[in-house]
Each structure stands twice: as C-alpha cells, then as structure tokens.
Write a protein that binds this ligand. Structure first.
Ligand code: THU
Length: 130
C-alpha cells in the first residue's frame, strides 16, 4: 500500500529543502500525484506581509493544474519538524476542488507515514454540482 506512494513520499521530503520560510522556520514539502501518475512538488513560500504566504500543498496543486492536469489522486506532506502535520483547512478545501476523494499521506520519514482520505479530513465538504 505505502510502496505505491514511495516516489510521492520521496518528492515531498526532497521539497522541504526548497522552503522559503524565513519567518516561521517551519519548512513544508508537498507532492501531488495526478490521475495519469505525474508528480508535482511544492514548498511553502512566505512573505513579509504574512497573510500572503502560500502553503506547500497549494503550490504543488497550482503547478499540476497549470500544466494541464485536472484530477489529483494523492498528496504527500512532509515538514522539517519530524512529526505528522495535517494540511490546514484552506488547503483541504483547495485539494477537494480537484478530486472526488484523494489519499492524504502525512510523512514523518520515508518509512513512517499516516494515510487518510481527504473525505475523513474534510467531511461534508462544500461542493456545488453543476
Ligand atoms: N503551511 C503549509 O505549507 N501547509 C499547511 O498545510 C500548513 C502550514 C506553512 C505555512 C507557513 O509558511 C508555515 O507552514 C507555518 O504556518
């Protein structure tokens, strides 16, 4: 089960190093897996005007969508703190836009992960049917 996500987990861990987080020093790496098995990574990008900060998950999603992908199957999230960090509420809603449901893999290390479904982390989510 976890082995199918090994490249995604590795990418999330690699992306921690790229973090631009001089204000919080909290480095986050994320990687998303698209429907056709492409992987896009992202890191958190902070700003002196703090509220402009972008989370790692949303950076990874933005990269995938702007390359033409529409559906995301999984996201892996890692930090420099060595513990499991679930996505913030805004990221949960942002992720929901591009799936019916997806695996959310919290990464402590390459071999220590917790896997949730987004529907567990964002139950009864807001989505309009067009
Ligand atoms: N952060 C993320 O990148 N993802 C989350 O889901 C939660 C928070 C970042 C934003 C900020 O740069 C730092 O972590 C501390 O909040």
């Amino acid at each position: 089960m976890i082995s199918q996500y090994t490249p995604l987990i590795e990418k999330s861990l690699e992306s921690i190093r790229k973090s631009y987080s001089p204000y919080s020093r909290f480095k986050v790496g994320a990687a998303v897996l698209t429907k056709d098995n492409s992987i896009y990574s992202g890191t958190n990008i902070e700003n002196i005007s703090y509220s402009l900060t972008i989370c790692a998950e949303r950076v990874a999603v933005a990269k995938a969508i702007s390359e033409g992908h529409k559906v995301i199957k999984a996201v892996a999230i890692a930090t420099n703190k060595g513990h499991f960090v679930p996505p913030c509420g805004a990221c949960r809603q942002f992720l929901k836009e591009f799936c019916d449901d997806m695996a959310v893999i919290l990464v402590k290390s390459k071999s220590e992960v917790k896997i949730y479904m987004l529907s567990e982390l964002l139950p009864e989510s807001f989505k309009l049917k067009f």
